[in-house]
Design a protein around this ligand. Structure first.
Ligand code: T4K
Length: 397
């Protein structure tokens, strides 16, 4: 126990072990692409790498259209606008803040729905109670890359004539039943941010089978230009650069390798954490062809005898920068937390889930030995929970 850094021991890691370290594909093809872009003097505005990237993403998603974007947040904003959503849109409270902010940015009020404690995804049985005459849509999220209950969400939406779109930021390459994520609802949005298992440094995409939605989204991400000198709608700059597309294309070539590493890391965590009281991992279902990009661990304080926050402090002292995604829930962030909420908007499961979840480092920069060391810290902290709790309460956070 004295080996733990909170008791003065040497941290388990000399340099920080991060969640979200980018996967880096092969450099030779990347540098070749970068040279090509530089030689051609074409760096943005619907260039050849962007088009190739869009074709490849559309193929993976199994849809007619992919419109690349500068990031997923602008993609969510643009789709909100392209779908002409107004009033209120129902969204899970347990998600990254960008999901709700994108609606709010468009003048649409996010109405927070509770989640299923087993899946962390939106609880479809709670949606109906949140529908009001102002509701125009539902924005589902496939949290951790595990598809939400799409069929149930679509059923509520159909009953109330609501538009549905999905934040699939975590779910690139994943499946729901016999179809690929990217092909559901009016549109789906992917993130290719540096922290995602396939990254283009910054980047995102909208996928859809709907020609009209694709047309509008494409217009809006390019200032509304329909041709030289012809602007036919309001728009912003949501364009992905050729440099980002080159990184994205190169990383796509290593997708299988990244997934294999993530899967192997996940299994190592499962083995090493097995049997530690109060520590459990959120499982993936192979039928959904998961990308395993998040190692999500729940700390049950009743059994572990230390809580999630204490565990994260222990890990940080060891230079393991575990993250409390998505604490404290978007409804507890501004501007949403200052708003009066009706009684029906109690979110007990979001509160509970966000208080017990932590995300651990994985990806191609994390080795099996790293994982064994991280898990040894967790095991040691639980085995010595009362001394750990005492020590932490004696030191300021
Ligand atoms: N919807 C959902 C459900 C999302 O999860 C996200 C983004 C979005 C929408 C919006 O997508 P984008 O507009 O970003 O495309 C990070 C990411 O910035 C964010 O993209 C991601 N979700 C979220 C889950 O994680 P923060 O606030 O945690 O970022 P930060 O700076 O603390 O970095 C996260 C970790 O990654 C750190 O441990 C450091 C490490 N890192 C990060 C970068 C950029 C690196 O090691 N190298 C790097 O280059 O949001």
């Amino acid at each position: 126990m004295n080996a733990l850094a909170i008791f003065g021991g040497k941290p388990a890691f000399e340099s920080a072990l991060h969640v979200g370290r980018p996967n880096v594909g092969r450099r030779t093809p990347l540098f070749a692409r970068l040279n090509e872009a530089l030689d051609s003097r074409w760096l943005s505005n619907d260039g050849p790498f962007v088009r190739e990237f869009e074709d490849k993403i559309a193929r993976v998603a199994g849809v007619k259209h992919c419109v690349s974007m500068a990031n997923a947040t602008i993609a969510l904003q643009i789709v909100t606008r392209a779908l002409e959503l107004t009033g209120e849109v129902i969204v899970p409270a347990f998600t990254f803040v960008a999901t709700a902010h994108a609606l709010e940015w468009q003048g649409v009020t996010p109405i927070f729905c509770d989640v299923d404690p087993l899946t962390h995804n939106i609880d479809p049985s709670q949606i109906e109670g949140l529908v009001t005459p102002r509701t125009t849509g539902i924005l589902g999220v496939h949290i951790w890359g595990r598809p939400c209950d799409i069929e149930a969400v679509l059923a509520v939406a159909n009953a109330h004539k609501l538009k549905v779109f999905f934040d699939a930021s975590h779910a690139f390459g994943c499946r729901y039943r016999d179809r690929n994520i990217g092909s559901f609802g009016c549109a789906e949005i992917f993130s290719f941010h540096a922290t995602k298992f396939i990254n283009s440094a910054e980047g995102g995409a909208v996928t859809t089978d709907d020609d009209e939605i694709a047309r509008r989204v494409r217009l809006m991400k390019n200032f509304g230009f329909a041709g030289y000198d012809d602007v036919i709608s309001v728009g912003v700059n949501g364009k992905m650069s050729e440099i980002s597309a080159a990184i994205g294309l190169t990383n796509l070539e290593s997708a299988e390798e990244f997934i294999q590493v993530n899967r192997a890391n996940f299994r190592t965590y499962a083995r090493e954490l097995h049997g530690i009281p109060g520590i459990s991992m959120l499982a993936y279902n192979e039928r959904n062809s998961p990308n395993y990009q998040y190692v999500v661990v729940e700390v049950d304080v009743a059994r572990a005898r230390i809580n999630r926050d204490q565990m994260v402090r222990v890990l940080h002292a060891e230079n393991v920068l575990a993250r409390k995604y998505f604490y404290p829930g978007v409804h507890r962030m501004e501007p949403y937390r200052s708003r009066p909420r009706p009684q029906t908007a109690a979110l007990p499961e979001t509160e509970a889930v966000s208080s017990r979840v932590m995300v651990l480092p994985t990806g191609t920069s994390v080795t099996g030995d790293d994982i064994a060391k991280v898990c040894a810290v967790i095991r040691c902290a639980v085995s010595n929970s009362s001394q750990v709790a005492e020590r932490l309460s004696a030191t300021t956070q």
